[in-house]
Design a protein around this ligand. Structure first.
Ligand code: NAD
Length: 496
């Protein structure tokens, strides 16, 4: 059984930990590798390696750091298929979706290649007579990334390329459920020329995370995962006076206006709701039908029912299994609660199985209508291939419903009316809005801007905000006196 390695100071080493967590193929339930719960001394060595590497790496010219990213981008493109295969085998994602997971990460590396422009500061000449002020952006030190299972390529790549190109060093703690993909990314990063210690990877669950959050040599923490863990990470990191950005769970609504194009709505909602088995933080899990558009629910449900889950290499499969038996159990329990609380389950994937893979964590597409806001299927993040449909009479009612929801990651509206779209984008209290676009994930020259319970912190992932998160600003005021030196001291704060 392969044992997933740690990466410390440029060496891929077997952990000495006696504790291992099994990594399974979610399609079969088979154990495919073991990942260690790193020992405290191993986590310590990873931080010390990053701290030592920071001394030199911060002084490497930004152009050279950017060239590492250029090589990394080329290598990732060359190896995209191999990474996607590893990713698909440990997540169950269908191959094209796995390729997308890698591609969306490559796009962040492309953004990191722009570091010389992104790290430009500001200057003003002659702020007072003979005095100039300039601000420089400098790296902050050892940064940490804690990542979830659902995008094992894209989300680590949201973090370490931008942190590292800004001159920081990094310790990554990926999800223990699919750690082989991030390890392959780390291997390829070394091939691109990242010096030893610049990127380190440790594994495990709560213990190594807590050690990193409490470590005096860690300057900043980026986290993506569930709400309770995100809150714990944010509280602990900030209590230790570290910077933190924590991206958490979601309940994303789409609003369907009756003037929208029905076919466009149906085409888009099928993929946005059950694609990747609903295991996307930007999946649409609630569709709010305004007025007459509720007449489209049956046709939408029929189209969703036609999507067949299957194995990652089955080109006919619409999506794969859930990540684990625990995830399947949670989703089945929520589906049962929806039925019990009176929602109308018009497509029920509870009993779905793939022949020959009965031990896999399968759930088929599921659609509820007549969902109300007091039901658990509305209130909780399901993170499965389940769409909840709600009917309201007006756009104002839809807006009030979305705004009352504690999450604020993404939302969308389908309409032919510019006025309705404009009102929605302006008044909705959600950080990422799509107009006739179901899952509005911004490309990496913008930032990923979830709000409310979907994000704890202030500076978001990738784009200019990430550069600010991973850097500190130093402002330098200088005077080079020629022959205008005053005859005595100035005892006031005015500039002369
Ligand atoms: P998770 O919270 O269980 O795990 C995330 C990371 O935290 C993993 O590395 C895990 O090992 C670690 N962890 C788990 N429990 C911990 C604990 N008690 N203390 C410290 N660390 C702990 O999340 P997951 O199940 O891997 O991912 C799914 C969740 O991530 C969903 O809620 C989804 O919405 C969210 N997510 C959010 C975004 C976003 O951008 N907002 C993106 C992707 C996923």
């Amino acid at each position: 059984m392969p044992q997933v390695k740690l990466l410390i100071n440029g060496e891929f080493i077997a952990s000495a930990s006696p504790r291992f967590i099994p990594v399974t193929n979610p399609a079969s339930g088979e154990v495919i590798a073991n990942v260690p719960d790193a020992l405290p001394e191993e986590t310590e060595r990873a931080v010390q390696a990053a701290k030592a590497a920071f001394k030199d790496w911060q002084r490497v010219p930004v152009t050279e750091r950017a060239r590492v990213m250029m090589r990394y981008q080329a290598i990732l493109k060359r190896e995209q298929k191999r990474i996607a295969e590893v990713l698909a085998s440990e997540t169950g994602k269908v191959f094209d979706d796995a390729m997308g997971d890698v591609w969306r990460g490559i796009e962040v590396v492309e953004q990191a290649m722009n570091a010389p422009s992104l790290m430009m500061g500001e200057t003003v000449e002659n702020v007072a007579r003979g005095i100039d002020t300039a601000s420089y952006i400098q790296p902050i030190g050892v940064c940490v990334g804690i990542t979830p299972f659902n995008f094992p390529a894209m989300i680590p790549l949201w973090m370490f390329p931008l942190a590292v190109v800004c001159g920081n060093t990094f310790v990554l703690k990926p999800s223990e459920q699919d750690p082989q993909t991030p390890m392959l990314l780390a291997e390829l990063f070394a091939e691109a020329g990242a010096p030893p210690g610049v990127l380190n990877v440790i594994h495990g669950g709560r213990e190594p995370v807590d050690q990193l959050l409490n470590h005096p040599d860690v300057a900043a923490v980026s986290f993506v995962g569930s709400v309770p863990v995100g809150q714990h990470v944010y509280r602990t990191a900030t209590d230790n006076l570290k910077r933190a950005q924590c991206f958490a769970g979601a309940k994303n609504h789409t609003v369907v206006m009756p003037d929208a194009n029905k076919q466009h709505v149906i085409n888009n909602l099928v993929g946005a709701s059950v694609g990747a088995a609903g295991q996307r933080c930007m999946a649409i899990s609630v569709a709010v039908f305004v007025g007459e558009s509720q007449q489209w629910i049956d046709e939408l449900a029929k189209n969703i029912a036609d999507v067949k889950p299957g194995l990652w290499h089955d080109s006919e499969a619409g999506f794969g299994p859930l990540i684990s038996a625990a995830a399947k159990h949670r989703v089945l329990e929520l589906i049962a609660s929806g039925k019990q609380q009176g929602a109308n389950c018009v497509v029920d994937g509870s009993d779905f199985q793939v022949e020959g893979f009965e031990q896999g964590h399968w759930i088929g597409p599921t659609v509820f209508r007549d969902v109300t806001t007091d039901m658990r299927i509305y209130q909780e993040e399901i993170f499965g291939p389940v769409l909840c449909c709600i009917s309201v009479d007006t756009l104002d009612e839809a807006l009030a419903l979305v705004n009352a929801n504690p999450y604020g990651n993404g939302t969308s509206i389908f309409t032919a009316s510019g006025a309705a779209a404009r009102k929605y984008q302006s008044q909705v209290t959600v950080g990422q809005v799509g107009i006739n676009v179901p899952i509005p994930v911004p490309l990496p020259f913008f930032s990923f801007t979830g709000w409310k319970n979907s994000f704890f912190g202030d500076l978001h992932a990738y784009g200019k905000q990430a550069v600010r998160f991973y850097t500190e600003t130093k402002t330098v005021t200088s005077r080079w006196p020629e022959d205008d030196i005053p005859s005595g001291p100035n005892l006031t704060i005015s500039l002369r």
